[in-house]
Design a binder for this molecule. Structure first.
Ligand code: SF4
Ligand code: SF4
Length: 266
């Protein structure tokens, strides 16, 4: 996993981008930026699964759980918090450099929050990147940050508007789910929700399990869903057998730049 560092003005703080085969370049931050649901400790692919869930031959460790990566994401949290108050010239200079890399290396798009969630500094960076023709896309559990993004992004050109899904799971309250549905509709022109589903035991086909049957009923009861993720992480993955299932986490040989569903283009 390689990284790219962008220094904020003359400060000692850097915002770092990570790179992986599935999503390409991404901006991750520490768990301190999350607004975790009750299910996050079990469902989060960035965390090691409890040892009891890890069967023979399965790994409980992946690059995203490595200490060096976690330290970098925590440093990103600090840098992004500082970025809110960074002077205009330094903030624009950083965004231009980052945009240049993203256009050269990654077709002008950036995955936001492979780990972590939106904070005000991330929103500022996303708007500056959009002004440099970069499409930022990702997932959030925070309706308030979608509201801030929409307000801060007023006047952005239609082509490179940021695109976010509201992230829900079975423990998300009705109030939060309704707010995410409303804020994504205002941001994207239609509700765009993503469901994380923990069904069955990882590395066993959830598709034929009773848990997956129940999960599919729950999935079909939610209005505005566009994508569904079975558990995929350091302890294996489950296959849900739902038409909205992300093809990459289902196991197809596809990367986000081929699929593009979460770019808001299809
Ligand atoms: S990264 Fe996402 S799934 Fe993981 S703890 Fe944070 S909000 Fe939850
Ligand atoms: S649905 Fe497509 S774009 Fe979204 S995460 Fe999966 S592969 Fe990537």
């Amino acid at each position: 996993m390689s990284t790219h560092r962008f220094r904020i003005g003359q400060s000692g703080l850097c915002i770092c981008l990570s790179e992986n085969a599935k999503t390409g370049l991404s901006l991750n931050s520490g768990f301190d930026t999350c607004s975790p649901s009750k299910l996050c400790p079990s469902i989060c692919y960035c965390k090691r699964r409890p040892a009891a869930d890890v069967g023979p031959g399965m790994s409980n460790n992946s690059p995203i759980t490595w200490q060096t990566q976690q330290a970098m994401y925590s440093a990103n949290s600090l840098a992004l918090r500082a970025f809110v108050g960074t002077d205009e010239a330094s903030a624009h200079a950083l965004a231009e450099k980052m945009a240049d890399l993203l256009h050269r290396r990654h077709n002008g798009q950036l995955r936001i929050n492979g780990q972590g969630d939106l904070i005000a500094g991330t929103v500022r960076l996303i708007v500056l990147l959009a002004q440099n023709d970069v499409l930022c896309w990702g997932f959030t559990r925070k309706p308030g940050m979608l509201h801030l993004l929409r307000k801060a992004g007023r006047g952005l050109s239609h082509v490179r508007r940021p695109f976010f899904h509201g992230s829900v799971d079975a423990s998300t309250t009705k109030g939060v789910l309704d707010c995410l549905r409303g804020e994504t509709r205002r941001l994207n022109g239609q509700p765009t929700l993503a469901a994380a589903v923990l069904a069955g035991t990882p590395n066993h086909s959830g598709q034929v399990s009773l848990e997956a049957l129940a999960a599919r009923r729950w999935i079909d009861s939610i209005d505005g869903l566009r994508v569904v993720f079975g558990y995929h992480g350091s302890g294996g993955k489950t296959v849900l057998g739902h038409p909205l299932e992300c093809p990459a986490t289902r196991g197809d040989a596809v990367v986000c730049a081929d699929c593009r569903r979460c770019y808001g283009e299809s």
